[in-house]
Design a protein around this ligand. Structure first.
Ligand code: FAD
Length: 315
């Protein structure tokens, strides 16, 4: 059995976890194992998970907030009850916090930043992203069991012609949390970056945070979520949750529009899985042009007002 740890936001399973199911389904096809999931109760669309190849979901009763130590304990108990060969989870903020703890607690091998699975070979050979996405490496587990933490937006969603997903209960004793959640502020409005179809992103070429009205207007016109480079977030020009790249969020939108961003390798590491990349930069030597599908070489302060105006008229 393959056990996928399902992370939820409000009452739906996160895209990162759907991606983990997709990966588990490919692995299950290869190794002849069924794909099961574990999730805290309260999700409305569990029956839809069969679309990605999920056979059974184990729900457990939980408090409204589960901290990462509690998660580690929950998955350890589930591991001993269900005895899966693989545990698969997204290497998102939850995954990063618990995968190492689980590996130690359960004495299992851990491969992080997984992005693929080798085809046309009999055994399970796992592809992992290395050197900020510049290269990939292939790994084989020495023992039959292990934990695979998927790089968010690294494998993608793959729908399967699945059948019905069975929903079962799992009896877990959740220890009391050692911390108290005092407040939780949800950022409302736009689609979260990791799930966005179109992203408009800007960098230090914007010169000043007061110029971001140009970016927000463009994002509104094309129905996009906004993002930024790291120095922009580090300088406090934009909030940290907009920072994309190696040390920020990794994204895989259909369209990524990069404005006044140089295209350093650490930035590209988080965005180079985008289906189409558009770049606006005044420097013809900017590295981003090498990764771009379309590029405009010119001054963003001349181009953006005209672009926004044309889009407004077209609407
Ligand atoms: P700059 O490098 O200053 O580039 C600004 C660009 O704007 C230039 O290409 C310039 O030609 C262009 N420009 C200027 N004016 C105009 C104009 N008027 N019109 C059009 N174009 C203009 N960076 C990330 O983004 N994400 C990460 O996750 C990340 N992680 C990192 C991790 C490590 C360990 C390290 C060492 C660095 C990391 N960085 C990351 C930083 C990265 O190396 C770059 O420094 C950063 O991405 C540069 O940001 P920028 O492109 O906004 O700024």
């Amino acid at each position: 059995m393959i056990l996928v740890i399902l992370d939820k936001a409000e009452n739906h399973v996160k895209k990162a976890s759907l991606e983990a199911i997709s990966y588990a389904a490919s692995l299950g096809e290869k190794s002849g194992q069924k794909v099961c999931g574990i999730i805290a109760e309260g999700v409305s669309n569990l029956g839809d998970l069969n679309k990605y190849g999920m056979s059974e979901v184990y729900e457990f009763k939980s408090p409204s907030y589960i901290d990462t130590q509690q998660w580690t304990e929950i998955i350890s108990q589930a591991y001993h009850l269900l005895n899966p060969d693989y545990i698969i989870l997204s290497n998102n903020s939850l995954g990063k916090s618990i995968s190492g703890r689980l590996a130690v607690k359960l004495n299992l091998a851990l491969i992080s930043n997984v992005i693929g699975l080798k085809k046309n070979v009999e055994d399970v050979v796992i592809q992992k992203s290395v050197f900020s996405g510049k290269a990939s490496a292939w790994y084989r587990l020495k023992n039959a069991k292990g934990i695979l933490a998927l790089m968010p937006n690294g494998y993608g969603l793959h729908e399967q012609k699945g059948s019905y997903t069975k929903i079962l209960n799992l009896d877990i004793n959740i220890p009391d949390s050692k911390i108290v959640l005092k407040d939780r502020v949800l950022i409302k409005g736009k689609t979260p970056l990791s799930e966005a179809d179109i992203v408009v992103s800007a960098g230090r070429g914007m010169k000043d945070p007061s110029n971001w009205n140009l970016i927000e207007e463009l994002a509104d016109l094309v129905n996009a979520t906004t993002a930024c480079s790291r120095p922009v977030a580090d300088s406090g020009w934009r909030p940290h949750h907009e920072h994309v790249g190696q040390t920020g969020i990794a994204i895989r939108p259909n369209v990524y529009i990069a404005i006044g961003i140089s295209g350093a390798i650490q930035h590209l590491a988080g965005v180079n899985n985008s289906k189409k990349i558009f770049v606006i930069n005044k420097d013809p030597e900017a590295p981003f042009f090498k990764a771009a599908d379309y590029g405009v070489c010119g001054d963003l302060f001349e181009i953006l007002p005209k672009l926004n105006e044309a889009l407004r008229k077209a609407k």
